[in-house]
Design a protein around this ligand. Structure first.
Ligand SMILES: Cc1cc2nc3c(=O)[nH]c(=O)nc-3n(C[C@H](O)[C@H](O)[C@H](O)COP(=O)(O)OP(=O)(O)OC[C@H]3O[C@@H](n4cnc5c(N)ncnc54)[C@H](O)[C@@H]3O)c2cc1C
Length: 401
């Protein structure tokens, strides 16, 4: 019987290297080692028990420098290109999404929006704590009746002396209740739609803020989520991050969060593929390893194509971003590809693992549950498809007409 030569196959340069430099490959090796050492074991328990990623671990990530990779040196970060942050994010996301979420939020999420758009005083006040892991910042956009149509949001902020008085409800906020800081998207003028929306930095312990019951999500466990209620909350005027009329700035900065999201989906797809490649070499049926069956090879090939395509699209957007913001069209293309790859490849991995894929023990079903969550977060793949055609053609498609 012809057997494959596993050692030769493993020697091939993995396509995941793409155009990474020796320094980037070293960064990736180190991040993979740290993620495996610290988080591979507890990740399963945090998921099973729906435990929140501990604050002391967040501080540890800060001490290791992983929370400030792409944030300015002036505030304690490394000032490195976005690509470096994504390399680390991917390695953490392969083994433990709750740990990866911290790297994601600080390097590509709301803290980056503060770094990109904030005043000097805002940066000095908030970024050092986030970079050290002493605080984290969550983003509150969605509302009970306004998800994809986020710019229809009703949460409102009205000027009241030196303050903005905020009332409304936000939903699905990842890390809600746990995060000390929030980037709140809020209606700051009577202009309709996006024109009236701005951004505020809000501290969790401000009087008038309360949190709903924890959501029991299909995946995304270890990352708490709940409603946030704002009841006449007085936010200092100096905490206005983006004025109404400047939504496009806010949105452009949000494209970095979408690129981070795409990277987590890519990581899920890559992990599902890697683990499937190992499994089908050792699991035997009908007297030979599963990988010997042609239809299994076809399934693996489809998985490889999706992972490689997603990686190239994520890297394209990341390389062009450099130390700044990515192109929003490239990000929508990457997010649509990576989100679908995450869902499909992890689904095929469950299939290839048979009954074992359906157990918690193997962690494959966890990849699949998380893949669905990351695809919905940050704007669904369907909404990305609408954006892709709109940005590519320059046409605007009014979803309300
Ligand atoms: C795990 C997770 C984490 C999240 N984290 C955050 C967070 O930290 N902060 C935050 O603010 N929000 C967060 N969200 C919310 C997320 O951004 C929204 O769930 C998402 O934008 C979709 O909104 P919705 O759930 O209201 O679905 P809906 O907008 O009601 O959409 C339902 C379905 O209809 C489709 N649809 C909607 N409009 C159209 C259209 N015009 N054309 C075709 N199809 C359409 C959608 O694609 C989707 O398939 C999170 C969600 C999840 C699941």
């Amino acid at each position: 019987m012809h057997m494959i030569n596993i050692s030769v196959e493993r020697e091939r340069e993995p396509v995941t290297d793409f155009d990474l430099s020796p320094e980037e490959l070293e960064l990736r090796r180190e991040a993979a080692r740290v993620a495996a050492d610290l988080y591979e074991a507890p990740a399963q328990e945090w998921d099973r028990e729906r435990m929140t990623f501990p604050n002391e671990e967040r501080r540890r990530l800060g001490e290791l420098g992983y929370l400030g990779i792409a944030l300015p040196e002036l505030y304690g970060g490394a000032g490195a290109p976005v690509m470096d942050a994504l390399i680390v994010l991917e390695e953490f996301a392969k083994v433990c999404r709750p740990a990866a979420f911290q790297v994601f939020e600080s390097n590509t999420g709301p803290a980056q929006v503060v770094a990109q758009l904030g005043t000097e005083a805002q940066k000095v006040e908030y970024l050092p704590a986030v970079i050290k892991g002493e605080a984290s910042m969550a983003v509150a956009i969605s509302e009970p009746d306004h998800g994809s149509a986020a710019t229809d949001m009703r949460t409102k902020g009205v000027r009241d002396g030196d303050y903005i008085r905020v009332s409304g409800t936000k939903r699905w906020v990842s890390n809600a209740g746990h995060a000390e800081l929030y980037l709140l998207y809020v209606r700051l003028s009577d202009e309709p739609g996006a024109r009236g929306v701005g951004g505020l930095i809000v501290e969790r312990d401000t009087p008038g803020i309360s949190f709903g019951a924890p959501e029991r999500l299909m995946g995304f466990r270890g990352i708490p989520s709940c409603d946030i209620y704002f009841d006449d909350v007085l936010v200092p005027g100096r905490n206005v991050l983006v004025q109404p009329g400047e939504f496009s700035k806010l949105f452009r900065a949000f494209s970095l969060e979408r690129l981070g999201n795409s990277t987590v989906s890519l990581a899920i797809a890559q992990a599902a593929l890697d683990r499937s490649l190992d499994y089908v070499r050792t699991r035997k049926q009908f007297g030979k390893p599963l990988i010997q069956f042609q239809s299994v090879q076809g399934t693996l090939a489809d998985m490889i194509v999706q992972v490689d395509a997603a990686r190239m699209l994520v890297y394209r957007a990341a390389r062009k971003a450099g130390r700044g913001l990515p192109d929003s069209l490239e990000v929508s293309v990457a997010k649509r590809a990576a989100n679908e790859a995450g869902k499909t490849v992890s689904d095929l991995a469950v299939q290839l693992h048979g009954g074992n894929g359906y157990t918690e023990e193997y962690g494959i079903e966890r990849l699949h549950r998380d893949a669905h969550g990351w695809a919905i977060a940050g704007g669904t793949p369907t909404m990305q498809r609408i954006r892709i055609v709109s940005e590519k053609t320059g046409l605007r498609f009014d979803q309300r007409a």
